[in-house]
Design a binder for this molecule. Structure first.
Ligand code: ARG
Length: 455
């Protein structure tokens, strides 16, 4: 029998139940649901609504239900509409009619909001842990490649030489912003809806401060009507996940490009490569393509859920039940992606020679302009002058270092013998030692900063 069958003369239709029931997916909230019920039973007794002995019986029964779930012995039955119904049904089987006192003053509306917040806090912590592992892999790999040079790109066109460590660490910082977002989302999750009732609040002398504290929340929610229908925390988390997935997809795209033989900068370990059923020579990076592809899926979950929330009338609406599958799916997707990307990075082979071979002298054109700046030319003028020299080299089919000094001097009298020193990739990189730059000295600082965060 359902929790609300009293006012109906006929049982609900089977198709309706298939649509309405959430037990198939919300059973994973059992621990949070039971923890919430245990503290609520205590609160009812403390408020004098039920006897302390009754609370003790209810709590013992709830612990038994918890054990059944933990041991995978809990049997879901036909009328178990959702996790809240299932737990209460089983509790009453175990402890008898006193089980029916647990729901006094409580609604599934404040109950589910509480369960899902608790669950989401834990999920945010788990996700942060997985992201940490990827960040650690990036820093470790970066540390081994401070002196490895590669072309840096803008518009995917060769731009300036950088250290491979700099490239890897750029993703560390994206992920650190994801961590920061998760932390701030988590802080907003930490308010306790329990005691909000269906919408109007709790009519018994429940101590909501105590309820919140007992469940590990920072404080109770301030407005019961808001509390039961607020799913901002789900949207927050879906957004955190989406942006993180976007970061993963960008790293994956770099790996896809750089592992293409045209670049040849990196090679994936056999364990993280895939092959072709037709072309025997192929080494594909399907997992990296899935990083890209699945970002679309989690963004879809975010967009879908925001659309669900839009324009809902005040108070709880069943639309909100859509919060769970969206978040479950997005998290599960991340738990699949993150370990694979972490292992891919840890086992990535970086081909120093191929990276060095891709360094063409035109990457030093900016350094050449800076050379003229150091001779006293305004940068804008130096930029123009070097532009003319690049065109000259182009016309003659020569690389910049092959241009005769006399020819350079015919364009600008500021060129002297020492211009030859500009054509040194290592020096170009070493000069960029201002904080946050690609010079080895700046990267060591960056790694130190990253290590402190990881510690
Ligand atoms: N399964 C429901 C959900 O996830 C629980 C709350 C149901 N509340 C109600 N008034 N029908 O939102």
């Amino acid at each position: 029998m359902s929790l609300w069958g009293g006012r109906f003369s006929e049982p609900s239709n089977e198709d309706l139940r298939a649509l309405n029931d959430s037990i198939d997916f919300d059973h994973v909230l059992y621990a949070e649901d039971i923890e919430g019920s245990i503290v609520y039973a205590r609160a009812l007794a403390d408020a004098g609504v039920i006897e302390q002995a009754e609370a003790a019986t209810i709590i013992a029964g709830l612990r038994q239900v918890m054990q059944e779930f933990d041991d995978d012995r809990f049997e879901i039955q036909a009328g178990d509409e959702d996790i809240h119904t299932a737990v209460e049904r089983r509790l009453t089987e175990i402890v008898g009619d006193v089980g029916g006192k647990l729901h006094t003053g409580r609604s599934r509306n404040d109950q589910v909001a509480t369960d899902f917040r608790l669950w989401s806090i834990r999920a945010a912590d788990n996700l942060a842990g997985e992201i940490r592992l990827l960040q650690t892999a990036l820093v470790n790999m970066a540390e081994a490649h401070i002196e490895t040079l590669m072309p840096g790109y803008t518009h995917l066109q060769p731009a300036q030489p950088i250290s491979a460590a700099h490239w890897l660490l750029s993703f560390f910082w994206m992920l650190e912003r994801d961590q920061d977002r998760l932390r701030s989302a988590r802080a907003r999750m930490a308010e306790c809806p329990l005691g909000a009732g269906a919408l109007a609040g709790n009519p018994f002398a429940i101590d909501r401060q105590q309820l919140a504290a007992d469940l590990g929340f920072d404080h109770p929610s301030a407005n019961s009507l808001d509390a039961v229908s607020d799913r901002d925390f789900v949207a927050d988390l879906l957004y955190c996940i989406s942006l993180c997935a976007i970061h993963l997809s960008r790293l994956a795209e770099d790996i896809l490009l750089y592992s293409n033989p045209v670049f040849g900068f990196v090679a994936l370990d056999d364990r993280y490569s895939t092959g072709s059923s037709l072309m025997p020579q192929k080494r594909n990076a399907d997992p990296m393509e899935l990083m890209r592809g699945k970002a679309g899926r989690v963004i879809g979950n975010l967009t879908g859920f925001l659309t669900t929330l839009k324009g809902l009338p005040s108070g709880y609406n069943k639309d909100l039940q859509e919060d769970k599958e969206a978040l479950f799916d997005s998290l599960e997707t991340m738990y699949r992606l993150l370990p694979v990307l972490t292992a891919t990075i840890s086992s990535l082979r970086i081909n120093r020679e191929a990276m060095a071979a891709a360094l063409s002298s035109d990457l030093l054109a900016t350094d050449l302009a800076d050379y003229l700046v150091r001779k006293g030319l305004p940068f804008r003028q130096a930029h123009h002058t070097i532009g003319a020299i690049v065109r000259l080299a182009d016309e003659r089919g020569l690389d910049l270092p092959q241009l005769e000094l006399a020819l350079l001097q015919s364009v600008s009298s500021d060129f002297t013998e020492d211009v030859a020193q500009v054509f040194d990739f290592r020096q170009s990189v070493a000069q960029r030692r201002a904080f946050g730059g690609t010079a080895p000295a700046a990267i060591r600082q960056q790694i130190e900063q990253a290590r402190e965060i990881l510690a």
